[in-house]
Write a protein that binds this ligand. Structure first.
Ligand code: PMP
Length: 440
């Protein structure tokens, strides 16, 4: 079976996510059938290969078909594939919860599972409100978010998001949170530093909390990098001040680390760079090394205690069928083993320095604006009026064996943590070549 065979069947039967399907049929947006993956490369049915420069929507950490994660899933498959987690428990979910708690030094020792990022965010929002409700403050039922924020696609998560492309049409269905000024560093006025912008945004947060805290349950943020909003990066000072303000005004801090967790920003969790802990930490994507759908919300003893009671309805009566799936938990444990045994964060730091140097031609490209990097994320805005720039760049990248998927006019790279130096050189060179071709 070749590419053409699978393309025809897929177009007829599969409604692809985040896609205007007509673009596939017109050829403006090629649909790429993938037969297999190995390391950082994906292979189609006709023998073409593509370097996965966006880690398959930011999930893959240690490559496709990673032998260690494969082995862990195989072993688990032989003994238990799935069991209800209400009223039952199993070794992988217990071990994973203990390990995640230890990784937050025990500060976030209660793990509640779901299957995708949006569900984790919904859980954190519901838990925050319900905790205040149980504490006798049901009026604390509003949320704050940042301008340009993205937290998922369900109605609850769109309500705390601020990317119009995904949510505007659903406005009548949403309970909209209040978007606050973002601390993202591109907004610096001449002479201003990223820290200045963060302080200005924190002052705006302080003003809103001062008057409105009595009605506010939580502030939700993507720590250090606002992803789908355009890879907008900001100074940790904002998180430090947000934590202090949330404490002062009795408002929960929800850290959505679905994209930035597991080493993406240079530390295991992004919030560590501010020396703080959130009240809720949402994780998914890299949690299983990009293998299986799993998400988790970690929270504190104080939140847990608000639900611990004789009364059933004071409990958190939320569930998903595949909550804490054993195969997914085993993939997550194997992923944490790799972090623990291979000193991934140190290795990434050295790689990031080398790769940033390789990207100099991109950073200094005449149409490049605001080149930025944090940890294993690189992004740059491209100054062009071409309405179809995103599609053109996607196509030109594919022609050069690269999987890139710009966000509007923002070109970003988020490779898996196993890129060889020769693949890194190839990626850097061909990204600029694809950009030049897309701009002509
Ligand atoms: N929050 C953030 C920060 C994300 O980047 C994403 C996914 N891109 C989500 C939430 C939603 O996760 P999922 O797509 O798994 O529902």
């Amino acid at each position: 079976m070749n590419n053409a065979h699978w393309l025809e069947r897929s177009r007829a039967a599969v409604w692809h996510p985040c896609t205007q399907m007509k673009l596939h049929d017109s050829g403006a947006l090629p649909l790429v059938p993938i037969a297999r993956g190995a390391g950082a490369w994906l292979y189609d049915f006709d023998g073409q290969r593509y370097l996965d420069a966006i880690s398959s929507w930011w999930v893959n950490l240690f490559g496709h078909a990673n032998p260690r994660i494969n082995a862990a899933i195989h072993a688990q498959l032989e003994c238990l594939e799935q069991v209800i987690l209400a009223g039952f428990t199993h070794a992988p979910v217990v071990e994973l919860s203990e390990r995640l708690s230890a990784l937050t030094d025990g500060a976030l020792g209660h793990a509640f599972y779901a299957s995708d990022g949006s569900s984790a965010v919904e859980i954190a929002l519901k838990m925050s409100f319900h905790a205040w409700h149980n504490a006798g403050q049901p009026q604390k039922n509003r949320f704050l978010c940042l301008a340009g924020s993205y937290h998922g696609e369900t109605l609850g998560t769109l309500g705390v998001g601020d990317v119009g492309l995904y949510k505007d049409v659903y406005a009548p269905l949403l309970r909209q949170a209040t978007p606050l000024p973002s601390p993202e560093a591109r907004q610096a006025a001449p002479g201003e530093t990223a820290t200045d912008v963060a302080q200005r945004a924190a002052a705006a947060l302080a003003a809103v909390l001062e008057t409105g805290h009595d009605a506010i349950a939580a502030l939700i943020v993507e720590p250090l990098v606002q992803g789908a909003g355009g890879m907008l990066m900001y100074d940790p000072e904002y998180l430090r001040q947000a934590r202090a303000l949330c404490d002062r005004y009795q408002v929960h801090l929800i850290a959505d680390e679905i994209m930035v967790g597991f080493g993406r920003t240079g530390t295991l969790f992004a919030h560590e760079q501010a020396g703080i802990r959130p009240d809720f930490l949402c994780l998914s994507k890299g949690l299983t090394g990009g293998y299986l759908p799993l998400s988790v919300v970690l929270t504190t003893d104080a939140v847990y205690a608000q639900f611990y009671d004789e009364q059933i309805t004071r409990g958190f009566l939320h569930s998903h069928s595949y909550t804490g799936n054993p195969l997914a938990c085993r993939a997550a444990l194997a992923t944490l083993d790799i972090f623990a045994e291979e000193d991934v964060l140190t290795r990434n730091r050295a790689f990031a320095d080398r790769f940033t140097a390789l990207l100099r031609p991109l950073a200094t490209h005449p149409q490049a604006r605001h080149f930025r990097q944090r940890g294993m994320i690189w992004a740059v805005d491209i100054a062009t009026d071409a309405a179809d720039f995103r599609l053109r760049l996607f196509r030109e990248a594919l022609r050069r064996e690269l999987l890139l998927r710009p966000l509007g006019n923002t070109l970003y790279l988020m490779p898996p943590y196993i890129l060889s130096d020769s693949d890194a050189e190839l990626l850097a060179e061909r990204t600029v070549a694809a950009l030049d071709a897309a701009l002509t």
